[in-house]
Ligand binder design. Sequence first.
Ligand code: NAD
Length: 441
Amino acid sequence: MKIAIFGTGYVGLVSGVCLSEIGHEVICVDVDKNKIEKLKNGIPTIHENGLKKLLSKNIKSESISFTDDASFAVKKSKVIFIAVGTPENNDGTANMVYVNKVSETIGKNINGYKVIINKSTMPVGSAKKVDKIISNQIDKRQMELDFDVVSNPEFLKEGKAIDDFMYPDRIVIGTSSLKAKKIMRDLYKPLISNDTSKLITMSNESAEMTKYAANAMLATKISFINEMSRICENIGANINDVRLGIGTDERIGFKFIYPGVGYGGSCFPKDVKALAKIAQNNNYNSLLIDAVDKINKNQKINFLNRILVKADKVKSKIVTIWGLAFKPDTDDVREAPSIYIVKGLIKKGIKVQCHDPIASSNFKNELSKKELEFITFYDKPYQALDDSSMLIMLTEWNEYKQLKLKLMSTKMKNKIVFDGRNIYDRDRLEKQKFEYYEVGV
Ligand code: NAD
């Protein structure tokens, strides 16, 4: 099948590479010429496990190509994915400027029946809006052309995106068109083998809502355990024990009830807020969803405050941060707790020595020139501990999981560890005379 994909970010690029791998002919389009140049040369513009290999392979076999010529891509394709960003507006709604622009381009260039797939996360009602924008452009051209807009939200996880795309739990397809439904089935057939139960079809609105509901559910679980962690801190209980106590109940389970410094990333924060706005704009004031967002913000504030209280009591005004990415195995720092924590430390005049295996370069773009004067980035985690008063671990990369306590003792001015992900062994640290602070204890 000939496919065009607009947007070569985390979703567009992974989708493009995977769809080319399963035998489709894919043209990826982006307005960022720099990205297109790199991708044409087989250089991935994001970090994702396994991406580089699949990208090179499919460029070689000419199954995937990259262009900034949107008109060419639309004309050549039967199926067009919209996978551009839908970031947060100031009022919490989703910014649809990029989606609208792509829809206009499609309407200006469409030359026969096509299926337009809304892959980006878009507010409920967006399929109708995309349909209208395309129709208006076709009307302007005084032509009559048929097309369908399908809502097909993406559920991949950064860091495991290729596997998630290749082996999906489910594929949600929102459309009322039988013709489009059949094309969607053919498109995804290689991914589901004969397990058609994985294809869940529904209306456009329900598919759009499904994506928000999924992210809101996951964020709610995180905020739930984080709220429990705050109560534990205040009453002298230990959230790690409480987690074991509840997770073993199979009605509850362990997934997504891990206490920490709060969720980040390009999806949960913006999608939770956008869902609250969608509800509000449709005469419903969400109680739970608003609270999920507030708890998450407070989690970061509380963790920073605990660090600042301790920092006030020690002589060295240098601290170390391990982990800048919003989670392990990605270079994405959008809305990462590290941004809030580092900015808060700098505001107090504290110098920060940072390490992250791959996200430092993206992190630098989140800070002002003035803020960057307070930060030094290191290639090796233990180098970042020289003369430091405390280690603050924010992303549970594998390389941070076993602490070399003896080495740390020789490097650090004070033996203090703040663990934003509750991964270290308190007994082991305390035996070596480290002060250990974690969430919810
Ligand atoms: P991203 O910011 O990484 O990439 C977006 C890309 O779109 C950029 O490369 C940008 O240059 C390009 N673009 C903007 N306007 C364009 C245009 N007119 N034509 C062509 N390209 C254009 O975004 P992302 O993280 O891939 O997210 C894309 C969408 O998918 C969002 O709606 C997001 O909420 C959703 N989503 C993201 C994830 C994730 O893990 N990142 C998971 C599921 C869903």
